[in-house]
Design a protein around this ligand. Sequence first.
Ligand SMILES: Cc1cc2nc3c(=O)[nH]c(=O)nc-3n(C[C@H](O)[C@H](O)[C@H](O)COP(=O)(O)OP(=O)(O)OC[C@H]3O[C@@H](n4cnc5c(N)ncnc54)[C@H](O)[C@@H]3O)c2cc1C
Length: 409
Amino acid sequence: MSSAASAAEPAAECDLAVVGGGILGLAVARELLRRRPGARLQVLEGEAGIGRHQTGHSSGVVHAGIYYEPGSLKARLCVEGARELYAYCDEMGIPYERPGKLVVAVEESELAGLDELERRGLANGVPGLRRLAAAEIAAVEPNARGAAALHSPATGIVDFLAVAESYAADVRRAGGAVVLGARVGGAVASPGGIAIRHARGTTTAAAAVFCAGLWSDRLAVACGAPADPRIVPFRGGYLRLPPAAARLVRANVYPVPDPGLPFLGAHLTRNLAGEVLVGPSALIAPARDAYALRRVRARDLGETLAWPGTWRLAAHHWRAGARELRHGLSRRAFVDEAARMVPALRGVRAAAAPAGIRAQALGRDGRLLDDFVVDRTERAIHVRNAPSPAATSALPLARLIADQLDALG
Ligand SMILES: Cc1cc2nc3c(=O)[nH]c(=O)nc-3n(C[C@H](O)[C@H](O)[C@H](O)COP(=O)(O)OP(=O)(O)OC[C@H]3O[C@@H](n4cnc5c(N)ncnc54)[C@H](O)[C@@H]3O)c2cc1C
């Protein structure tokens, strides 16, 4: 959908405002209009188009729900979200594939980690999850090698930007407006409503939901929420395999992740265009929009460095940090990391592909928040942590957020 097709004027007053036109903000807007048909709703998006940040820079994997601690929001909403997302794509004619995924324990020392993933996946109700012995791996992924693996046939691939555009179209059909170029600077709540100041004026709503991804902490704090947690931007760099090497990978191949970090490790994913990407890496970035490696923003960097959690995190995870830095500096080292799982990739020369930046909440105590986190201030709900698999989980996560808004009264 072109920006022109979505050009809408900001209203001075409305019933509901959603700040952020990523997949989550749009799913929330859609859900709010389903609950309150005829409500005057405005999505206020800062960029000239929707989905220009995390939503448009993801791996495009419809996660099946393997990794998440049973009982967590992620565990529940991922399994539910994947099922609903496939049904939505079927209904709307949005292309997707379900090629499945393999999580490979390359060495015996990784088997305990694989056991834990199997336990979690089964507890979470991941459909069709199956343990493979070393000799069974090649039947699923002919060039992968390991001591054992988990196979998830329900894992899929989709273009999340196409899904977000479809949610935006649903919003417009239901009478809502998606206003672009409306970067929000702050908001003030009063008994009369919440006045949201943005680049195109001020919009006063009865209530608002903030789904601002990489900038969510700043907006929450501006509305009176606590400073903890802070968003720290983690740059995820990708490499694209040349076509001959891409043919060595049938579907999605992941390592057993570091249990102390909420990232999944450098994986191999096949997208709908048939390309195979290696990535994403996970390096703290010097700007919240550091898509170009050299982009540094003094405010972003200053806030990250001034946050006590950053230093505690660095002290705990310096080894992982050093490994990620090596992957950031050397394409060869990055490809060789993926070649642990698919040895035929060793030495393959890969090209740089567009990077994404994760909005990852980091506590003052140095803890990377794993689960989805939603906060509230007067007349507003704030999404404070919605990292992967929030794109997969957007439909049920939007219901949970709408429930919280209903509870505001
Ligand atoms: C590298 C990478 C790989 C990922 N892979 C996957 C995956 O395979 N599967 C999966 O399920 N998830 C994945 N994710 C996670 C997923 O992309 C996010 O969880 C999801 O996109 C979050 O959606 P969002 O709408 O909250 O955030 P975003 O898409 O970042 O949207 C936030 C929006 O808010 C707007 N905004 C911010 N500040 C303001 C302001 N002040 N005023 C107005 N607008 C503002 C931004 O412009 C943006 O459009 C990945 C993420 C990354 C970065």
